[in-house]
Design a protein around this ligand. Sequence first.
Ligand code: HPA
Length: 273
Amino acid sequence: MLTMEQYREGAQALEERLGGLRPEVLIILGSGLGKLGEYVSDPIYIPYGEVPYMRTSTALGHAGRFIGGMLGGKRVLLMQGRLHIYEGWQAYEVVYPVRLAKLIGIGSMIVTNAAGGINLDFNVGDLMLINDFIKLNAVNPLIGQNIDEFGLRFPDMSKVFDREYMRLFRDVVTDAGDVVREGVYFYCTGPQYETPAEIRAMRILGADAVGMSTVPECIAARHCEMRILGITLVTNMASGILDQRLSGEDVNAAGEVASERLAPYVIEFLRRM
Ligand code: HPA
């Protein structure tokens, strides 16, 4: 656990390194989706190690730095590389950058991730607007003494993903003549991929895609009332659907290909925001 004083210390360090930028939007990039960072103008690179109490991402395809700058006409703070529970970090460590973002005045968050498709109508390469999530494990960034400065002890989660942002992103994709799916993201800690039986169970429970990220950050962001857009890229069909073995390398490669397609949509979304 960190104290409010420690959160403030981290936020101050981040703010100092950002100069006078004052970002409005936090963007967290998923596996292989780091490409967006290349489009940031007047970039300020801040390795995670330069921010007190910040952990460093060790996962495949995650660079481990903040990029501050301009994207789609908005001042953004981009995370090239996110932190995952499977790396051994505590949930409060995984969401630490979200809370720093809040403290430096950021009110909106865009999260992207790579995930396995559970919905049998989905295909590899599909984009999915996340409209809700399911988390049945005990991982939770809000366990422990509540920090009232961030939010309520029992925060509401009835609309985690901002309806206005969802409509806006859908319009962006549709205007480009492309298609975006919509669905429920099921959160597993990983690092192992799921069994076919687990995937069948998740489908019965109403999930459309499964992944190992995003949900801790969304819980922390809603706790402090940030507005969220969540985008999933279906990098593979989930376990047992096709006759295939799942590998992190393949997931990353698929993420990198799709990154090219997703980047302009995120930029146009920022422009219309
Ligand atoms: N399962 C869990 N996480 C994932 C997957 C998957 O099939 N693909 C990409 N991230």
